[in-house]
Design a protein around this ligand. Structure first.
Ligand SMILES: N[C@@H](CCC(=O)N[C@@H](CS)C(=O)NCC(=O)O)C(=O)O
Length: 214
């Protein structure tokens, strides 16, 4: 089985990189340089007309959308226990993952690029302020969910990887996570995992390569 993960540094594609690594899966990561708009190149758009990452290609078959990708990884590598075995708990984990990818992620994107949601002149600060307001609510909810726990469930699972990316990205945008102590502890704990350390080393290697080629 050949697994290819189309990936770009700093993007949510780092979450499936983490879970594939947790699953000991053999996979090839193909980095795209967003700084050079490689995700909008004719070559990539032909593969993924959504021009987004992550994209998983398994023996030539393509799968987009983080939640579906994580479910595939969890089903393909059950021994990694990336989703709970109990069906109701499994749905709770999928619900949590969807919330990270469709509830939190779009607000991080607004901070990154306000004109993508409102191109009225001078609206950037307003878009950012509203996004930050909503993110404050969501991180408070996540903080409450993590109270007294190391991970969202009784062990590391797929939604932890996506939530790690949410915190990572929020930090890159100087969104202040200091009042969310359980989220911060989760973020620190995630960085002690070998899979996350491997990802961060890979991310650095890719960014260094992009810089050298610039
Ligand atoms: N709903 C998608 C969102 C994927 C997404 O927005 N990825 C961003 C990076 S974090 C991307 O590729 N953006 C490039 C673009 O929109 O052109 C998922 O969860 O997989």
């Amino acid at each position: 089985m050949k697994i290819v993960l189309y990936y770009a540094p700093n993007t949510c594609a780092l979450a499936p990189y983490i879970t594939l690594t947790e699953a000991n899966a053999e996979f090839e990561a193909r980095p795209l340089n967003f700084g050079k708009d490689q995700h909008k190149s004719a070559e990539y758009v032909k593969i993924n007309p959504k021009h987004k990452v992550p994209l998983l290609v398994v023996d030539g078959k393509k799968l987009t959308e983080s939640t579906a990708i994580q479910i595939w990884i969890a089903r393909k590598f059950p021994e990694a226990q990336l989703l709970p075995a109990d069906p109701w708990q499994e749905l709770q984990a999928i619900s949590l993952h969807s919330w990270c990818s469709s509830g939190i992620h779009p607000y991080l994107s607004r901070i990154n690029s306000p004109p993508r949601v409102c191109d009225v002149a001078g609206a950037d600060d307003s878009v950012r302020r509203l996004a930050e307001g909503y993110l404050t609510e969501t991180f408070q909810l996540a903080d409450d969910m993590l109270a007294g726990k190391d991970y969202f469930f009784d062990q590391f699972m797929a939604p932890d990887a996506h939530f790690f990316w949410c915190c990572h990205r929020a930090g890159q945008f100087d969104f202040d996570l200091s009042e969310f102590k359980n989220c911060r502890a989760h973020f620190e704990r995630m960085q002690t995992r070998a899979s996350v350390q491997k990802l961060l080393a890979y991310e650095k290697q890719v960014l260094d390569g992009f810089a050298a080629a610039a």
